[in-house]
Design a protein around this ligand. Sequence first.
Ligand code: UGA
Length: 444
Amino acid sequence: MKKVTVVGTGYVGLVSGTCFAEAGNQVTCCDINQMKINDLLQGVMPIYEPGLKELVDKNVKRGTLHFTYQITQAIQEAEVIYIAVGTPMTSSGKADLTYIKQVAKTIGENLNGYKVIVTKSTVPVGTGKLIKSVIQEHSFEQIPFDIVANPEFLREGDAIKDSMNMERAVIGATSEKAFQIIAELHQPFTSNIVKASLETAELIKYAANAFLATKISFINDIANICERVGADVTKVSEGIGLDSRIGNKFLQAGVGFGGSCFPKDTSALLHIAKECGYEFNLIKSVIETNEGQRVQLVKKLEKALGTLKGKTISILGLAFKPNTDDIRSSPAIDIIPYLAVHGANLQAFDPIAIKETKKQLGYQCAYSENIYESIQNSDACVILTDWQDVKDLDLIKVKELMKQPLIVDGRNVFDLETMKDLGFTYLSVGRPEVRQKTAASKSL
Ligand code: UGA
């Protein structure tokens, strides 16, 4: 059992802290945001994540998980301090380390004995060393401490599962003692431990996310070729994915990746490379392809409708992927303002991300948690998130509700034959177009 303090109660901090508590450690999660802490003390989660509330409640009840905004006390009491604060993207695309530096300063000022200080957030290579120097600068005596880079690989929506059953833990430590402490902490979660230097561990995280993003942009580029030569990208994915060297995961073509990680981390890696004198052209293309996917989807819609002006368009899905209310870098957040500015009337559906979207986009569209209500009287449906509600749609009912049966699908949810049989015009990504045959909608 270890005494662990986690600074930052975002996705990474809250989930990791809760899982460390579940494994029997004494965990204190802290945040400077008092409202967030007050909510957590009352059992209100700041994020939507399946299974999180139950696990938090259980561990609060049995006394292994605590919440506080008294950061100094939490630091003084800990053996291990996890830094899990945000590293947002600056306007130039670099990672902003302001919060990390603030926490390092506070740790330095409150260092009262040997501690292991661990970065969990995705941080540029060299951040571990920077934290070390900030702590040294602000600590009053020569108290020993170690730095560890222990990046997080959890996915939103699967965060608890990913954290309780890690495929691997990467630990880059400044001493063997610190490595052993963090390795022990991970024993309940995985036996695959990758021991690395601080810099290597920091880079592994960027390399992992950039590689996954590259797979997505690669298959999206292939999808764009498929559209031009009449091939089907889902079959291409199947055909290459069965080669175990390639693997079938992250080969789903679509409107492009979003979320708080891939867009930010690919951009930050580009900067890391530039700063050490290397032009990472591959990642540049990955980012460009990703941005292009959104533009192409809108072009398809515009072409099918003739004009956006005065058209009623249903936006199916606001979150960047299913099972989360996270809309950061979500395709919908780019696409909605464009459609609104060009005069379309928008009716958006999402089961849980409406509140977040309203905060960011206001009333550029009407919102509904009822998918059929948002489809009513529309000239086109645009699928941006492959929610189960979208997959389960009663397509006959959809056709009856719409003014004309046009679906532009950024997630390749439906089977082409089914759409053809039902008489839809169905434009998906990297697959042959399905055109409605009836005379009434020849223009589609
Ligand atoms: C990603 C990584 O998968 C995690 O391992 C990592 O820990 C996390 O970033 C992070 O750095 O914190 P996440 O952003 O939660 O996790 O979501 P993913 O499930 O990876 O999806 C990212 C985006 O890629 C989504 O917009 C999704 O729709 C898109 N995607 C994914 C595709 O377009 N095609 C695919 O085949 C797979």
